[in-house]
Design a protein. Structure first.
Length: 319
């Protein structure tokens, strides 16, 4: 996740106190148009969403790459380094722990310019949690300085990875259906508090390497075979449970996922070799989830350095 100082969640300078207010610029100063079907709306996000370039091109969204660095080498995620290469470098023996950084504001300016040049009347720019990355702040700087600032609307998803991706693709479907910017932002505002990444880790080693937990805690967790189950809530990583052994973690994970009905879901994994069997188990256990025909997303540079390989989970939006 982003290495920049996490910025407070703000809308027009006012602090927000709940996830439901994560959508930005929906009203007040910029006031998106409300008449249905009158505007061409472009959807822009960042590569923390783990939406691959080929999929982004297919569905018609623009992705601004975050930056990942392995010591002195830096790469634009999805443009200069592939998912395969990222994981090869991360898991290589003796590999340095990577650092991630937000795209510069100029990258967002260029994306906004292209969208308007391609005929967009308005832009909805949807980003990784501002508490996890400075990416939202970079987008905000670019939007505020843009000549068409009143037509650019920012959304802080308060999440990351495939959960962010679900929200981005949801916005695109609504835009394609002719919904106005105001209607799309209002829908996201309602969906964000119901959006989760429920994920269980195979090891604590990468959390230790990234400074997320102390070496002592990692050592104790390793001895006890702890398999933490995590979520991202209001832009912060929280631990839902700490089962001991992989089988107990898997069973507890199933309980958490099945706790209440689900509207959208995708499988998320960090180079887990049994991801197909995992999907089959999940959909067999919960037929309503099976009916959603969930796809599979590989975790990338946003959360991969902290989860390490072999982690499994889901991104979901509850009803």
């Amino acid at each position: 996740m982003g290495q920049g100082t996490p910025c407070a969640r703000r809308a027009h300078g006012d602090r927000l106190g709940s996830q439901g207010n994560a959508a930005r610029r929906a009203t007040e100063q910029r006031g998106p148009k409300v008449s249905k079907g009158t505007s061409k709306i472009a959807i822009i996000s960042d590569s923390a969403s783990d939406i691959q370039p080929s999929e982004a091109k297919e569905i018609g969204i623009s992705i601004v790459p975050i930056i990942v660095s392995f010591e002195s080498e830096s790469f634009k995620v999805g443009e200069e380094i592939s998912m395969d290469e990222f994981w090869r470098r991360l898991t290589a023996p003796g590999a340095p722990f990577p650092k991630t950084a937000a795209p510069p504001a100029a990258a967002f300016t260029a994306a906004y310019d292209r969208a308007f040049a391609d005929g967009a009347d308005e832009i909805i720019s949807i980003h990784v949690a501002s508490k996890l990355s400075a990416t939202y702040r970079s987008a905000e700087m670019a939007a505020n300085a843009h000549p068409q600032a009143k037509s650019i609307h920012l959304v802080d998803t308060a999440t990351a990875s495939a959960a962010q991706g679900l929200l981005v693709k949801r916005a695109k479907r609504l835009a394609d259906a002719g919904r106005s910017a105001g209607e799309i932002i209002a829908d996201l505002d309602r969906a964000i508090p119901r959006t989760h990444v429920i994920f269980f880790l195979d090891s604590l080693d990468y959390l230790k390497a990234g400074g997320r937990i102390s070496p002592a805690r990692a050592a104790i967790g390793g001895l006890l075979a702890v398999k933490p189950i995590i979520d991202i809530v209001d832009g912060e990583v929280v631990t839902l449970d700490r089962p001991r052994t992989a089988s107990k973690a898997r069973e507890r994970f199933m309980e958490l996922v099945g706790a209440s009905p689900v509207e959208e879901l995708t499988i998320l994994h960090a180079e887990a070799p049994d991801v197909e069997a995992f999907r089959a188990e999940l959909t067999a256990r919960f037929p309503a989830i099976g009916a959603l025909k969930p796809g599979i997303v590989r975790a990338g540079a946003a959360i991969g350095p902290h989860t390490g390989p072999r982690g499994l989970g889901v991104a979901l939006i509850r009803t």
